[in-house]
Design a protein around this ligand. Structure first.
Ligand code: CTP
Length: 434
């Protein structure tokens, strides 16, 4: 009873009104259907941590698929069912997705004629989870609304800022949890509990990463690199000898660490600007982790992490275009430094490549130029389009591209170039080409 704290007031205080009302309504639906329904996982953890997280996952003690269908009928939306796992996703009309899972059941079979008994399945469901802080649930049924279910000391660990597994086989069952432990510890500023840390070291000694598929490792690494402090995570990975365990080529010497730290600064800087598009962090950091590798070594890593064809292609082609851009930038610095030339060097590169170049530039002046490209040049447009060229009676063909490129260059080098002047340039170019 002691652990069954009411957190109704926290839900009311910390959730947007609409979401709070939604939970109440889901609870009423649960009562009508005669099942117990709980919010679980990161959502509950983040409420207790005062962090915004409006991504609710539900667990049903009963048939999750039937409950998901009832939700879709009540709130409007459709259901994607995964019969095999007894889970469903409700896709609301707003496009929001809500996971609904069936709680694991524990059966007690009694000898003789007594029937089999199903036991508190929410407890079993929470027991299979990764860390105590993620093994919390809040019931939403009206008569129990806001009852916090904490069988494994999750609240205490949140208070003590500790990442702790629920049992000693947790990492053997799922080695990706080691990477998750590091990621959550860095995200929340928590430390990994003593026993949990010993279990990680044991697991690494047992070489359990050896058997783990590249895709699963890469999935977790990608999540890790999307966090705010990926370098601290990578350092922790190195401290536990995990990078080496993934592949011996993955090292964290001081030079590599410095490259990664510069990347982190540049990515943080770019994020603060709220510019579009947002970069894929994994790609920028992977460029850094592969710094100094030759193409064959990159291929080894690509295979180990089982990157998709598309991901591998992105990485390898970007490495080549970066090499070319470095040479061009060097020449540009020695020359007249026309803004338009800078634009045409950087423009063909994917954003991740530009961020990487910025992180790798030692000269302050070069960083400033790249920053100018990202914040101003990249989005600059000219005032004429292909339609204007048509209207001028210019026959379509490669000349269109040439004209628009030349006008772009002229506008970049002379910001006050008017639309009339741009049109005149187009006419002159077309006349000359005849
Ligand atoms: N989980 C687990 N073991 C894993 C992955 C997930 O036990 N290897 C459980 C955890 O209880 C977690 C829940 O599944 O809370 C949902 O997983 P996920 O969405 O990855 O975690 P969140 O805690 O929501 O993390 P984030 O804040 O990064 O979304």
């Amino acid at each position: 009873r002691r652990r069954e704290r009411q957190i109704k007031h926290l839900l009311r205080e910390r959730l947007p009104r609409k979401l709070f009302d939604f939970l109440v309504q889901v609870g009423e639906l649960a009562r009508d259907k005669g099942v117990n329904v709980y919010c679980v996982g990161g959502f509950v953890r983040d409420i207790l941590l005062h962090l915004p997280n409006f991504d609710v996952d539900f667990v049903v003690e009963g048939d999750a698929i039937a409950f998901a269908r009832a939700m879709a009928r009540t709130f409007g939306g459709r259901v994607r069912e995964h019969r095999k796992f007894k889970t469903a996703v409700v896709v609301l009309e707003s496009g929001e997705k809500i996971d609904v899972a069936t709680a694991r059941l524990e059966y007690y079979e009694y000898p003789a004629a007594l029937p089999t008994v199903e036991l508190s399945s929410i407890k079993m469901d929470l027991f299979r989870r990764d860390f105590t802080i993620n093994a919390l649930a809040v019931q939403v049924n009206p008569d129990q609304f806001g009852r916090l279910v904490d069988f494994f000391g999750g609240q205490k660990d949140i208070k003590n800022k500790t990442i702790r597994v629920l049992h000693s086989l947790s990492f053997v069952e799922d080695p990706t949890r080691i990477i998750r432990a590091i990621r959550f510890a860095q995200r929340f500023g928590f430390s990994i509990g003593g026993q949990t840390e010993r279990l990680i070291k044991n697991a690494v000694e047992l070489n359990i990463f050896h058997k783990l598929s590249g895709s699963r490792i890469f999935h977790e690494i990608r999540l890790m690199l999307a966090e705010n402090k990926p370098v601290a995570c990578l350092k922790e990975m190195a401290r536990f000898n995990l990078l080496k365990a993934i592949h011996p080529m993955l090292t964290m010497d001081p030079a590599k660490q410095q490259i990664l730290e510069e990347i982190e600064k540049v990515v943080a800087w770019y994020r603060l600007l709220y510019l579009e598009p947002s970069p894929c962090p994994w790609l920028v950091y992977l460029l850094g982790l592969c710094a100094g590798f030759n193409d064959a070594q990159v291929q080894v890593l690509v295979r180990r992490l089982n990157l998709t064809k598309k991901q591998a292609c992105l990485l390898t082609s970007l490495r080549h275009s970066i090499r070319k851009a470095i040479e061009d930038l060097f020449r540009w610095e020695q020359g007249k430094q026309a803004t338009s030339e800078l634009f045409f060097i950087l423009e063909p590169l994917a954003l991740e490549g530009v961020l990487y170049l910025m992180a790798r530039s030692r000269k302050e002046s070069m960083r400033k130029h790249i920053s100018l490209f990202l914040t101003q040049l990249r989005t600059q447009t000219i005032d004429i389009t292909g339609k204007d060229l048509q209207a001028l009676g210019i026959a379509s063909g490669p000349i269109y591209g040439q004209i628009l490129r030349a006008v772009t260059a002229a506008k970049l080098d002379n910001d006050s170039l008017s639309r009339e002047e741009q049109l005149r340039m187009a006419r002159e170019m077309a006349a000359r080409s005849r």
